[in-house]
Design a protein around this ligand. Structure first.
Ligand code: SIN
Length: 271
């Protein structure tokens, strides 16, 4: 497949593009992979439709973006493809995930994931969309005075607020870790706000009172629709996002089972 066959449609101003003209069930030429990697860095989250692929093809596509994790916090769907795990939610049962809180994945790790790739497997009749927000746009929208205050600050990230991660993290002895509040993307060089509601527990060097005023303001800043794109899943839909400069939110407005398969791409560097 030559690069010219790809068709790219932006879905929002801040981030997100749908890529058509590609068949992810087949091996991809190096020039196509390069083009998709460039699109990934440009648009932060890419969407693919009508890709009825299995777990092996899912893994084989994601590995073009970096080594995959055997994600320690969710069970693999099978021992033959241990990199793929399920986020399977039955809304009639007790809550097993915090995906309906804005977050980037596993920022409590010393090297948080570079990105993730999510595939729809079972969808409710209606609802269950996912939103992504550009943390470049969130940073850019802050006043220059606030940007100057935050540049150089660090914050603690901890798994203990997450219903799905906390117990496994405790078992594996994961300690809270510290990351810059503003991170610079290693490929684009752009600055992104890097605090989130699930895992960021405090900004270092502030009094309790200062932290209690500033941290919620920053973690809530992501809620502005100006920074967001919303994706409606269909059978065969896939999303691939950059965890270094986006957050996401799975809308929990559905009444029947929703099962997604996901792979997590290893962090490329400490933040
Ligand atoms: C996630 O939080 O990684 C999953 C998002 C979703 O299920 O839509």
């Amino acid at each position: 497949m030559s690069t010219s066959e790809l068709h790219v449609q932006r879905l929002a101003h801040a981030l997100g593009a749908e890529v058509a003209g590609i068949d992810l069930s087949r091996p991809l030429d190096a020039d196509v992979v390069k083009e998709i990697r460039d699109l990934f860095h440009e648009h932060q989250v890419l969407f693919f439709r009508d890709q009825h692929i299995d777990d092996v093809a899912h893994r084989d596509f994601a590995v073009h973006f970096g080594p995959l994790q055997r994600f320690a916090f969710l069970s693999p769907v099978s021992e033959s493809v241990p990199e793929v795990h399920a986020i399977d939610i039955d809304p009639t049962k007790p809550k097993t995930a915090n995906s309906d809180i804005w977050h980037s994945d596993a920022t409590f790790l010393a090297r948080p994931p570079l990105g993730s790739m999510l595939r729809a497997v079972i969808l409710p009749d209606v609802g269950g969309d996912t939103l992504w927000a550009s943390m470049y746009a969130a940073y850019d929208a802050l006043s220059s005075r606030m940007q100057r205050l935050l540049d150089g600050m660090t914050a603690v990230h901890d798994s203990s607020n997450s219903v799905s991660h906390a117990r496994n993290a405790v078992n594996a002895d994961f300690q809270p870790t510290s990351h810059p509040v503003v991170r610079t993307h290693p490929v684009t060089g752009r600055k992104a706000l890097f605090v989130n509601k699930i895992f960021t527990t405090r900004i270092e060097g502030l009094t309790d009172r200062e932290n209690d005023a500033l941290l919620p303001m920053l973690t809530d800043h992501v809620r502005s629709p100006d920074f967001q794109v919303r994706f409606r899943w269909e059978p065969g839909s896939i999303a691939l996002w950059d965890n270094r400069c986006t957050q996401h939110y799975a809308v929990a407005d559905y009444a029947s089972r929703r099962r997604m398969h996901r792979v997590v791409i290893d962090g490329d560097e400490p933040v």
